[in-house]
Each structure stands twice: as structure tokens, then as C-alpha cells.
Design a binder for this molecule. Structure first.
Ligand code: GRG
Length: 298
């Protein structure tokens, strides 16, 4: 379970990220005002900031500059915020609430929501490509490429396409895993790799082990999300969930059952931990975060 030191660290990073995002997002009083307001509405004041937390924890492993990590974390969070805005639109999941408030297209309108996603995505790359003092240009270029690949057709957008095509279908566990590795796993993996690129370079073998950690934790995040969805459905609707209740999509719980899905999340966490063996105490934040992600489903 999370200790006080970890909770204090997490709260501090969440505040740092709120400040960094508030600074980097466009001024709500400048034109085009409605777009700027909607970008801030969709990004600020909400969310657990799991991806920036992973950027910081991986960055600590390589003694990266915390100010650089805040910028990198902001870029990843902007991609995440854009994906949620588009995911909520009527042409995708058609959701009216996100983070306890009306979704962007409800609070503003569809066209604005589309533009918010576009503008957040390009701002993310602007932020990430702005030179970071003391970071080798080649390492920064690698960060840009890593984030682009994680977001595009071979990552998040591709996973979303597979997910949309799976409505009403039966997927096997390997097919479900492949979809989630792209849809949510790719960005989580990118967050870890970007943090690690910001400091003292790791060996290829160390990067490989960190990447394995990131893949396992990315999948655990999705399994936990499925478990939490069932808990929420059961609490509010009094039903046992099978497929994603609202969207008729297969989930880990529908394919494995609730108890097995919880056990699978723990197994993934343990595999993620094992991948960090050999990094020593510097990897403790990453382990604490992995624990925090999985403990949400207990
Ligand atoms: C539209 C290209 C495009 C992609 C959308 C990530 C995604 C792809 C859709 C999100 C749909 C969703 C609710 C997936 C479940 C897992 C997930 C990513 C939940 C939301 O992320 P959190 O829990 O959210 O990190 P907060 O609000 O804490 O930031």
C-alpha cells in the first residue's frame, strides 16, 4: 500500500503538472477565445495525471532535471486530454460526463471539441520539441518520435480504431490485449520511455527492461479500469457486468471474470516489479506507482 512519502511525492507532482499545464496552454483571454477556453477546460483541474507521474518516476531513475520532466509530462498529458475529448464525441463513445463535469462537446460544441483535440495534439509536439537545456538534440528527437508513434496509427489511434470495430464482437484474450496495448498501453509506455530519455542515458539492456516494466503496467492499468467499471456499474445499477455496459464491448472482466481479472492485474504488477530488479532504490518511485495503479482495483 502507498506510504506517506509516496503520497506526498504524488501530490507534489500533480500540483507541479497543474501549474505547468496552466502556463503552457493558451491564454483564455486571447483570440480565438472559445477554442482556448475549451482547451483549458478539457485539460486543467481534473485527472490523476498518471502519465506525467510515470514521466517523473522514470526521470528520477536517470536523475533528469525536474523542470524538463514537467514539460515532457505536460506534452504527454496534452495527448491524453486530446484523446479523451475525441473519445467522448458522439461519433465515438458519445459520453456526456468526464472527470465529473460535462464533456467538451457538451459544454462547448462538436466542432470546438474536434479542434480542441487537434490543437492539443499539435501543442504537445511544440512543447516537446522546444529545446531542453542540457538534453542532447538526438535524445529530444527520439522523444518526439516516441510520442508520435505512441499516438498514431500504430499506437493510440490504431487501438481506438480496433476498439470501435470490436463493438458487438467477441474478442479472444490475445486480441483484447493487442487492442489495449495500442489504445492505452502505448501512451503509458511512451511516458516511461520519455522520462528515461531526459537524463543520464541507459544502456540498451536497461532500456529493454524499463520498456518491459512499462508494457506490463500499461496493461495492468487497463485491466484495473475494467474492474473499476464493473464496481461502478454494480454500485450504481445493481448489475453484474459482462461487456462494457454502455458500449457492448468486450472487457477483461467479461472474458476472465472479476476475481481472475483482479488476480491478473496483480500478476502484471509483479512482472513489472521483476523487470526493475537490478535498478536498485532509484526505481522505488516506479514500483510505488505500479502499486498505486493496481491497488485501485482491490
Ligand atoms: C480518440 C485517438 C483517440 C483515442 C482515444 C485513450 C483513449 C483512446 C480513449 C479513452 C477511453 C477510455 C475511458 C479508456 C479506458 C482507460 C483510460 C485511458 C481511462 C482514462 O484515463 P485515466 O484514468 O483518466 O488516466 P484521467 O481522467 O485520470 O486522466
Amino acid at each position: 500500500m502507498a506510504n506517506d512519502d509516496f503520497i506526498g511525492w504524488m501530490t507534489g507532482i500533480q500540483q507541479t503538472m497543474e501549474d505547468a499545464l496552466a502556463r503552457l496552454l493558451p491564454n483564455p483571454e486571447s483570440a480565438p477565445q472559445r477554442l482556448h477556453e475549451a482547451m483549458r477546460y478539457s485539460t486543467l483541474d481534473g485527472g490523476k495525471r498518471v502519465r506525467p507521474l510515470l514521466v517523473h518516476a522514470a526521470g528520477e531513475l536517470v536523475s533528469a532535471n525536474p523542470e524538463h520532466l514537467a514539460r515532457i509530462g505536460a506534452a504527454v498529458e496534452m495527448i491524453h486530454a486530446y484523446s479523451l475529448v475525441h473519445d467522448d464525441m458522439p461519433c465515438m463513445d458519445d459520453d456526456v460526463l468526464r472527470r465529473g463535469k460535462p464533456t467538451c462537446h457538451v459544454a462547448f460544441d462538436d466542432a470546438t471539441a474536434l479542434l480542441v483535440g487537434d490543437a492539443l495534439q499539435t501543442l504537445a509536439f511544440d512543447v516537446l520539441a522546444t529545446p531542453l537545456d542540457g538534453v542532447a538534440p538526438a535524445a529530444q528527437l527520439e522523444m518526439v518520435r516516441t510520442l508520435a508513434r505512441a499516438s498514431g496509427h500504430g499506437g493510440m489511434a490504431g487501438g481506438q480504431a480496433i476498439d470501435l470495430a470490436s463493438v458487438g464482437q467477441t474478442l479472444s484474450l490475445p486480441e483484447l490485449e493487442y487492442m489495449h496495448c495500442l489504445k492505452t498501453g502505448a501512451l503509458i509506455r511512451a511516458a516511461v520511455l520519455l522520462g528515461a530519455l531526459a537524463g543520464t542515458p541507459l544502456s540498451a539492456e536497461e532500456t529493454e527492461r524499463l520498456d518491459h516494466f512499462a508494457k506490463r503496467i500499461g496493461l495492468a492499468f487497463q485491466v484495473v479500469d475494467d474492474v473499476l467499471d464493473v464496481d461502478a456499474d454494480t454500485a450504481t445499477l445493481g448489475k453484474t457486468a459482462g461487456k462494457d455496459a454502455a458500449n457492448d464491448k468486450p472487457t477483461y472482466v467479461s472474458l476472465m471474470g472479476l476475481a481472475e481479472a483482479r488476480a491478473f492485474a496483480r500478476e502484471l504488477r509483479d512482472e513489472a516489479f521483476a523487470a526493475l530488479d537490478g535498478f536498485g532504490p532509484a526505481a522505488q518511485r516506479l514500483k510505488d506507482l505500479a502499486d498505486y495503479i493496481v491497488a485501485r482495483s482491490f
